[in-house]
Design a protein around this ligand. Structure first.
Ligand code: NAD
Length: 507
């Protein structure tokens, strides 16, 4: 008998009677693939079919790009005022709020995440649409009035053009909401490709955009796989920019593919995020935040705090506290509102998570808790136990690579320099955290650790106002904050001679 908190299957009557039928949205029309191809998604927790999506090919991707190009080059959207764009984005936010429960439920069924968390994510997404609406009215450049009496220099910000927005499966609605409202606020037109595993809520968003009155072709959605849809969206010369969130490997492939036409590429990639816990830290606060950081979204999270580096004097005490908390976290049926950790996205991914744990044990690490699939009454075995691996050494794969599961690696240190060196010892640089009551210790860490976000005495707070993105192989560019809008803007310099004062060049 496992001493864990497990929520068994809820009422089977809650499951959908029929899967949601999903189509592409191209040039304002909802269409199937020309060859009729589809792909089915089964709920990772419940095993039943929850969506059947049109499976796009090259033809659908190219048609969507043509529609977006036409809407940008000849349509009204890029010429609308900031006020008009803001009014539209606010309307979408209200519609998201109206349909929050429906969207959250589909997100749960396709991704396996818990319903309470999905509800919070959809609420957060609506907030981002409102924040982008506020930014839409701030788009402005510079003026230069000291270039001579008859000259005026202007630096204008213009929409970059047609953007491809490619998203992953772990936060489908939230991540498209970190891209699309900013692209629309800038005046861009878009082709969106959600993950083949979680297309449902992106299609629901398209329906809301249509209801809010977005002109045809301004936003298009193509469903399908990286090959060929994602590849066409990254290579077609009619696309001006690719904004991608996903794995570092695919991010590198997209960068190479986009280089032939020198598109701008913005990348939000993986992480192997360290938290350093000094001996003077509040260990109770740290233990709770560490549990949150590693189990949130079943650890399938770019920001997963999956690597802790703890002072050796307090390591045993802290691990005991995390083990005790881990036993209390409710894992199980994601449709039950009590559940805090749901299912793993696919059986293949579950095997990958387990492989990292077994590999670490074979290399000399020790499992302090978990380390195996989790049986949940009435549901299949696509769950993984809360897992804590101690005696991890920095060279082990579990300490260097994204496990993307509910698995914590524990490393130890003696001196601050050693801790900071360990924190920086990764190809990634997405986020990092420090726990200490001494503000100078926190400040030193914050200055010396190379990561896009640093948390001090907290983990994974998030605000639409603050930019998010990675150093090193965690990405390039930023989302959210005012940078979220800047990413989708191009700079145009204007030099205006006011009078006919230009000196002749030819004598
Ligand atoms: P993935 O890279 O496998 O897929 C992401 C998207 O890219 C999907 O839509 C996929 O169909 C598409 N794709 C696949 N091959 C492609 C290609 N050759 N060209 C164009 N598109 C292609 O990632 P995933 O497994 O869906 O998501 C998990 C990864 O995403 C993790 O590495 C995680 O850290 C990362 N992630 C990062 C952030 C962030 O903000 N930094 C947020 C969430 C997830």
């Amino acid at each position: 008998m496992l001493d864990l908190t497990v929520i068994p299957a809820t009422n089977a009557a809650d499951l959908p009677a029929a899967p949601l039928r999903l189509r592409h949205w191209i040039g304002g029309a909802w269409v199937d693939s020309a060859d009729g191809a589809t792909s089915e998604r089964r709920s990772p927790a419940h095993g039943v079919a929850v969506s059947v999506a049109a499976k796009g090919g090259r033809a659908e991707a190219e048609a969507a790009i043509a529609a977006a190009r036409n809407a940008f080059d000849t349509g009204a959207w890029p010429k609308t005022s900031g006020k008009e764009r803001a009014t539209f984005l606010l309307k979408v936010a209200d519609l998201i709020d109206r349909d929050r429960a429906k969207i959250a439920r589909q997100e749960v069924l396709e991704s396996g995440k818990p319903i309470a968390q999905a509800m919070a994510e959809i609420e957060g997404a609506a907030d981002i649409w409102r924040y982008a609406a506020a930014l839409a009215r701030t788009q402005s450049g510079e003026s230069h009035n000291s270039l001579g009496p008859d000259m005026l220099g202007l630096v204008l910000k213009e929409p970059i053009g047609v953007v491809s927005l490619i998203t992953p499966w772990n936060f489908p609605f939230l991540i498209i909401s970190q891209k699309l409202p900013f692209a629309l606020a800038a005046g861009c037109t878009a082709v969106v490709k959600p993950s083949e595993l979680t297309p449902g809520t992106t299609v629901m968003l398209g329906e809301l955009l249509e209801e809010a009155g977005l002109p045809p072709g301004v936003c298009n959605i193509v469903l399908g796989y990286g090959d060929p849809v994602g590849e066409v969206l990254s290579t077609d010369a009619r696309v001006d920019m690719v904004s991608f969130t996903g794995s570092t490997g695919v991010g590198k492939r997209i960068t190479a593919a986009a280089s032939a036409t020198l598109k701008k590429v913005s990348l939000e990639l993986g992480g192997k995020n360290p938290q350093v816990i000094f001996a003077d830290a509040d260990l109770d606060q740290a233990a709770d935040a560490i549990a949150f950081g590693v189990y949130f979204n079943a650890g399938e999270c770019c920001n997963s705090g999956s690597r802790i580096i703890v002072h050796e004097d307090v390591a045993a005490k802290l691990v005991d506290k995390i083990v005790a908390l881990s036993r209390k976290v409710p894992f199980g049926d994601p449709l039950d509102p009590r559940t805090q950790v749901g299912a793993i996205i696919s059986p293949e991914h579950l095997d990958k998570i387990d492989g990292y744990v077994r590999g670490a044990v074979a290399a000399g690490a020790r499992v302090a808790l978990g380390g195996a699939a989790l049986p949940v009454g009435g549901l299949g075995a696509q769950f993984y136990q809360p897992t804590i691996v101690t005696d991890v050494r920095p060279e082990m794969a579990i300490a260097r690579e994204e496990v993307f599961g509910p698995v914590l690696s524990v490393l130890t240190f003696r001196t601050a320099d050693e801790a900071i060196a360990l924190a920086n010892d990764a190809a990634y640089g997405l986020s990092a955290g420090v726990w200490s009551r001494d503000v100078s210790t926190c400040l030193d860490f914050m200055r010396r650790v190379r990561a896009g976000t640093i948390w001090t005495n907290t983990w994974m707070d998030g605000f639409a106002e603050l930019p998010f993105g990675g150093f090193k192989e965690s990405g390039q560019g930023r989302e959210l904050g005012r940078y979220g809008l800047e990413e989708f803007l191009e700079v145009k310099t204007v030099q205006m001679r006011i009078d006919q004062t230009r000196g002749a060049w030819v004598a």
